[in-house]
Design a protein around this ligand. Structure first.
Ligand SMILES: [Zn+2]
Ligand SMILES: [Zn+2]
Length: 279
C-alpha cells in the first residue's frame, strides 16, 4: 500500500480503494461505480472519481475537494460532480473561486446539493440518496443504488411473462437495489435515518472509539459511534458486509482485530470487518 494507491478492499463485484483514520483522512472510492465517498485531504487514488459524495465539512473528509478538482482538470477530466450537504454549497464555491485566483487557473466542476431523502440519478446504472446523520456539524451519509430489472409481482406468481411479451406488455419493472451505504461521521443514530442503510449489501460504518478507555459517553460527546454501540445493534443490520472505518489513530489494528475476534460470533466475524489500516 502507498498513500497514492490507498488500501484495496473488495466484496463480490464491488471494488474499493480507500484510506480511513479518524482526524487524519477518510475517503472510500468505489471503483466499480466511479463514486468516491469523501476525499480526506485529497489523494491520487481518487483521480478516477467522476462523482464525489461529501458527508460534512471537517478537513479530514472534505479538504481534498480543491485538490481533486485541480488534478482532474489537469488530466483533462472536466466533468467532476461534487455532491454536498446544502449548507456547504456557498462556502465551498467561495473557497474554490478564491483558490482559482491564487492558482491562476480556472477549473471546471459542478457542486450539487444532495438533500436527504431525495433519490438522484447519476446515470443509467447508478443513483444516490443522502440520509441524515448526527455529528457536531451538519452532516449526511449516502446510499448508492444500482438500477436493476425484475419481473413484476404477478409474473413471479405464475402469470406467463412470455405471453405478456407476445401481447406487447412489459412484464418487467425497474427497481433500485441499495448496494453501498456510507455513514461519514455520526453518532449511532445513523441507523434510524433510512431503512436502506441497514439493507445495503455493503455498509461502511464509522466506529471511531473502541474499548473502555474512551467509552460510549465519550464517543457520543464528540459526535461519533463506539464499537460497543454497533455490537448492541448488530441484529438490526441486514447488510452482507459491515466495514468499520474511521477508528481513532490511538488504536493499533492488532487491538481492533483482537476486539473483533473476542466479541463477535463466528458468523458475524465474517460479516463485520475492519477496513485495512496502515498500522
Ligand atoms: Zn472524521
Ligand atoms: Zn467529523
Amino acid at each position: 500500500m502507498s498513500l497514492a494507491e490507498g488500501f484495496a478492499w473488495e466484496y463480490k463485484d464491488w471494488r474499493f480503494s480507500g484510506y480511513s483514520l479518524a482526524g487524519i483522512t477518510t475517503s472510500i472510492f468505489c471503483r466499480t461505480a466511479g463514486v468516491c465517498f469523501d476525499l480526506g485531504q485529497g489523494l491520487p487514488f481518487q483521480l478516477g472519481a467522476k462523482r464525489v459524495l461529501i458527508s460534512h465539512a471537517h478537513m479530514d473528509h472534505a479538504a481534498g475537494i480543491p485538490y481533486l478538482i485541480a488534478q482532474r482538470n489537469m488530466a483533462g477530466q472536466a466533468d467532476t460532480e461534487i455532491f454536498l450537504p446544502e449548507g456547504m454549497m456557498q462556502p465551498m464555491e467561495e473557497i474554490l473561486q478564491a483558490w482559482q485566483r491564487i492558482d491562476g487557473h480556472s477549473y471546471s466542476y459542478s457542486l450539487k446539493a444532495a438533500p436527504p431523502g431525495q433519490l438522484i440519478s447519476l446515470d443509467k446504472l447508478y443513483s444516490i440518496k443522502a440520509f441524515r446523520t448526527d455529528h457536531r456539524v451538519p452532516s449526511q451519509g449516502y446510499i448508492l443504488y444500482l438500477a436493476k430489472k425484475r419481473l413484476k409481482e404477478r409474473f413471479r406468481d405464475g402469470e406467463s411473462a412470455a405471453e405478456a411479451r407476445r401481447r406487447g406488455d412489459d412484464p418487467d419493472e425497474r427497481f433500485f437495489e441499495p448496494v453501498v451505504a456510507y455513514t461519514g461521521d455520526s453518532r449511532i443514530e445513523f441507523l434510524e435515518a433510512d431503512p436502506d442503510v441497514r439493507k445495503a449489501k455493503i455498509l461502511f460504518a464509522e466506529a471511531t472509539f473502541w474499548g473502555e478507555k474512551k467509552p460510549v459517553d465519550h464517543a457520543r460527546k464528540w459526535g461519533h459511534t463506539h464499537f460497543d454501540e454497533i455490537l448492541t445493534a448488530l441484529s438490526r443490520f441486514e447488510n452482507e458486509r459491515i466495514v468499520l472505518i474511521h477508528a481513532s489513530a490511538r488504536y493499533s489494528s492488532d487491538f481492533l482485530e483482537a476486539q473483533l475476534a473476542a466479541r463477535l460470533s463466528a458468523a458475524d466475524r465474517k460479516r463485520v470487518v475492519l477496513f485495512p489500516r496502515p498500522f
